[in-house]
Write a protein that binds this ligand. Structure first.
Ligand SMILES: Cc1ncc(COP(=O)(O)O)c(C=O)c1O
Length: 350
């Protein structure tokens, strides 16, 4: 007789992260639920993948994703020893958690935010102290400092609100905090500002980026952190040896190299964000001004769950969080002009 082994007690009692719905291959839906880029990646990415020499697959890849590291260093104007790559920025977040936080250490973050943070904390038996956002979705600096946390994480722009904290405010927190300040910039390509300059000024600031949103590569799984060389060295000790595969490294480097292509997609998303926000406001929806590639909207009737289901029935996927404070809201990814029109038409008809 075989017995099912018991997971660690903290794992037994925790819930897994709930990802947004992914349709089956070939299923025709308007997919506005997981903040992907509505455009495919740069043609240079496909060229790079096609051009992979089979011998590169026979061998292990570069442990430090060296080709990508060199490209990212050039694009961002930092040294290569300030870059560490990961299998999606989710892996970077997990690596940062394992590097800087152990059982009973305190992680603080403003809430609501990305729902993966508490899951990673539970796995590591890290204590979480959440702090409400300050008025106008500003960074609650004093309250975060008062938690006595060893690390502070925050998403900028934030998810699911899309709101941006100005760099001057992030700098104020970095000046007053001596632990790890992780700024998760998954959506920053769609925003007016970014915090890159902070990693040159502060050795405790880590900027996390992803190719899933701004570069149309969510399926590839590639993210990275930019931080002081000592932070990158510490993360390198903790990460899996070959965490990024050879195909992903070449494709990610090609994507980052083609800034002109990526920028055109960002500009389209920003323009459509304005148009969709305005159209929804005219229909009586409240829309939080967003700096990301999605908007958080309050449904006029208040029953966002019903609207979510009605849209789902018409083949339009948006994100509904059945959580206190979010039950009257939907998070809608900005799609192509055509997809956004389909959403508006479906809402008018319901
Ligand atoms: C705030 C935030 N950070 C990180 C990620 C993870 O992105 P990746 O696809 O690079 O793992 C997401 C994905 O939705 C996100 O919303």
């Amino acid at each position: 007789m075989s017995l099912t082994p018991k997971a660690r007690p903290n794992v037994e009692k925790m819930s897994a992260y709930t990802p947004g719905e992914q349709p089956r291959p070939g299923e025709r839906v308007v997919k506005l639920n997981t903040n992907e880029n509505p455009f495919p990646p740069s043609p240079r990415v496909v060229e790079a993948i096609r051009g992979i020499d089979p011998d590169r697959l026979r061998r292990y890849p570069s442990p430090s994703a060296e080709d990508f590291r060199q490209t990212a260093a050039r694009v961002h104007g930092v040294s290569p020893d300030m870059i560490v790559a990961g299998n999606g920025s989710d892996e970077i977040l997990a690596m940062a958690m394992r590097t800087y936080l152990g059982p009973d250490d305190v992680l603080a973050y403003p809430d609501p935010t990305y729902s993966l943070y508490p899951v990673l904390a539970e796995v590591g038996e890290v204590k979480v102290v959440t702090v409400p956002w300050a008025a106008g979705w500003d960074l609650p600096i004093d309250a975060l400092l008062a938690t006595g946390a060893r690390a502070i994480f925050f998403a900028n722009p934030n998810a699911p609100t899309g709101t941006l904290v100005r760099t001057s405010r992030v700098r104020e927190l970095a000046t007053r905090f001596s632990g790890l300040l992780l700024v998760d910039e998954a959506y920053v390509d769609f925003a007016e500002e970014n915090g890159l300059s902070l990693v040159r000024e502060f050795s405790n600031v880590m900027i996390c980026r992803t190719l899933s949103k701004g570069y149309g590569l969510a399926g590839l799984r590639f993210g990275y952190a930019i931080a002081a060389p000592a932070v990158v060295s510490a993360m390198n000790k903790v990460k899996d040896s070959y965490n990024c595969d050879a195909v992903a490294v070449s494709a990610a480097a090609a994507a980052l190299e083609d800034q002109d292509y990526a920028r055109r997609t960002w500009e389209h998303v920003r323009a459509e964000r304005v148009r969709l926000s305005e159209s929804l406001r005219q229909r009586g929806w409240q829309v939080i001004p967003s700096q990301a590639n999605f908007i958080l909207v309050t449904c006029p009737g208040g029953d966002a769950g019903a609207t979510y289901r009605a849209l789902r029935a018409k083949g339009i996927l948006v994100r509904f969080f059945d959580k206190p404070g979010l039950q009257d809201k939907l998070r809608i990814t900005i799609g192509t002009a055509e997809e956004n029109d389909q959403l508006l038409a479906a809402l008018s008809a319901s």
